[in-house]
Design a protein around this ligand. Structure first.
Ligand code: SAM
Length: 251
């Protein structure tokens, strides 16, 4: 069942959603109270019944901060690029096993990586699929993005045993917010409501290390302990986070 409220679907929209569900095996039902899929300006969005449309969650690679970052120097100097090793090899193969809204995956793909995005939440996967579809229709993205960003709807546990080996596995599981989280952006809090916590995140590290031939990179809030309590080979500090790097072989 597809949950869309406040929208009267045209036949074309309904067919599009059915196609999306079939292609990725998505069962789109309400997952978090009050959050449902809706259409806004030809894009699929997640909307909360009690929140204004400005709080909609959408994947938009073609405009907004993702695009600004791409056009204004989101480059090899960024901590994430160094952590992953893109400063050494541009066309790394990479699995982002906790893809979320695909922002990190987009940064990495813009720099040259071939990224398989793994997401287990069906509503988030639907947003990703729709964001990738719209980006693939943009003139400045269409010639490279569909080839470099592929969506895989599955749990990371499953994907990391099923997918072909890659050079790098990237992990960014949800981490419990700090008590006084005034600094946590409104948008992030909303996203937290939809996907909840990731209490099983620790098991992803050994699975990722088994599949990656070069390294595993884990994004963590600066105050968080390393994933699974496992000390990384080294850390790369970002503006608001750090990247724990587990090296298996040189890139
Ligand atoms: C913090 S968000 C990732 C944000 C992402 N790096 C970005 O730039 O947009 C974590 C995401 O990972 C997903 N996730 C967590 N554990 C997962 C697992 N075991 N398998 C697949 N997806 C998972 C959650 O549903 C959530 O969407």
């Amino acid at each position: 069942m597809i949950v869309l409220s406040g929208s009267v679907l045209s036949a074309a929209e309904q067919a599009y959603l059915d196609g999306l569900s079939q292609r990725f095996g998505l069962i789109l039902t309400e997952q978090a109270e009050g959050w449902h899929l809706a259409w806004q300006s030809q894009a699929l969005v997640l909307r909360h019944t009690d929140l204004p449309k400005q709080s909609d969650i959408v994947v938009d690679f073609a405009s907004g901060s993702a695009s600004y970052r791409r056009q204004h120097g989101g480059g090899m100097g960024e901590a994430i690029a160094k952590a992953v090793g893109l400063n050494k090899k541009r066309d790394l193969t990479l699995i982002d096993a906790t893809a979320g809204l695909g922002r990190d995956a987009f940064v990495l793909a813009c720099l040259g990586a071939r990224v398989t995005l793994v997401e287990r939440n069906p509503l988030v996967a639907a947003l990703l699929a729709d964001g990738l579809r719209r980006a693939g229709e943009q003139p400045d993205l269409s010639d490279w993005l569909p080839e470099r960003m592929q969506l895989h709807f599955a749990s990371a546990q499953q994907a990391l045993t099923e997918l072909d080996a890659v050079e790098v596995v990237y992990l960014d599981p949800m981490f419990p917010e700090r008590q006084k989280s005034a600094l946590v952006k409104k948008e992030m809090r909303a996203f937290h409501q939809v996907v909840g916590e990731d209490p099983d995140a620790d098991v992803l590290l050994p699975a990722a290390l088994a599949l990656a031939s070069k390294r595993v990179v884990v994004k963590r809030p600066a105050y968080a302990p390393p994933l699974a309590g496992t000390k990384p080979s080294h850390e790369v500090k970002g503006k608001n986070n750090r990247f724990d790097v587990y090296v298996k072989a040189a890139i």
